[in-house]
Design a protein around this ligand. Structure first.
Ligand code: UDP
Ligand code: MN
Length: 263
């Protein structure tokens, strides 16, 4: 009955594939009845692809898309994010009637199938820019028409994250309850996000999905030092989920962070 509903994530590199694996495993751990789909780009290694085949119902190869909005992304200190525009391809998955997109840097803490009761486009506000939505978790309806409009829009404006812009596309942004997605930010001195970090930890208690937003990811070796104590528990949980079935086959990226911890 739920065959036309799917969770979708994206990985364009082998290290983001580590994240994608955790997204799928954490969804399954909490008993989702929906399909779980990974979009990958042609450069992803054979080894990572095979590993994803084990945990995803479907692994789909899509073209790399780049916003080419290099200047703005540099201002945010994240020049690598142009490639995240590839996620717009999720609207082409028309074999599904409704989907929930999850960034590869999310961790699901409980069953979140209730998200499919929401309609396009439901998302949580971005902690840094509250009148924009955070595109780490959103509910959408695949449609080639919407896909084309979004590509057109993104190529002209470089972003589709706020309601006024979505309005032009006849899409309404509905806010998911505050706290549904807890955004874990690492301290980014250039953006002065200390206060946001404290606030998101308070909401962290009722969170159903953790989004490891920011340049440091649980799988990046440098990530460890900048996580606060509260976030550390979720980083450990991420590693637990990643390593649980991965120990036999060599991981795509060595889990340096885990090695640092006393056994
Ligand atoms: N992504 C990817 N390869 C990259 C960068 C991003 O596959 O090199 C995908 C991945 O699904 C990731 C999403 O795009 O979760 C958004 O990027 P990221 O999570 O790094 O951005 P943030 O949430 O920190 O703003
Ligand atoms: Mn993310």
């Amino acid at each position: 009955a739920y065959q036309d509903l799917a969770f979708v994530t994206l990985a364009t590199t082998d290290s983001y594939c580590m994240g994608a694996t955790v997204v799928a495993r954490s969804l399954r751990r909490h008993g989702t009845t929906r399909h779980i789909v990974a979009m990958i780009t042609p450069n992803v290694s054979e080894q990572s692809r095979l590993a994803l085949n084990d945990v995803f119902d479907e692994v789909i190869v899509v073209d790399v898309m780049d916003s080419e909005d290099y200047h703005h992304l540099c201002l945010l200190g994240r020049p690598e994010l142009g490639i995240t525009f590839t996620k717009i391809h999720c609207w082409t998955l028309t074999q599904y009637s409704k989907c929930v997109f999850l960034d590869a840097d999310t961790l699901v803490l409980c069953n979140v199938d209730e998200l499919f009761d929401r309609d396009e486009l439901s998302a949580a506000p971005d902690p840094g820019w509250p009148d924009c939505f955070n595109s780490g978790v959103f509910v959408f309806r695949p449609s080639l028409h919407t896909h084309t409009s979004l590509l057109h829009h993104a190529s002209r404006h470089g972003s589709v994250h706020d309601n006024t812009r979505l309005h032009g596309l006849r899409i309404n942004w509905e806010i998911l309850c505050v706290g549904f997605v807890s955004v874990l930010l690492v301290l980014q001195p250039q953006l002065d996000m200390l206060e946001l970090q404290v606030c998101s930890c308070r909401f962290g208690h009722g969170a159903k999905i953790i989004h490891f937003l920011g340049a440091d990811k649980p799988w990046s070796s440098q990530g460890n030092s900048s996580y606060s104590h509260n976030m550390e528990q979720f980083v450990s949980l991420w590693w637990k989920e990643y390593l649980i079935h991965t120990v036999s086959s060599a991981p795509a990226v060595q889990p340096k962070q885990e090695q640092k911890k006393p056994q």
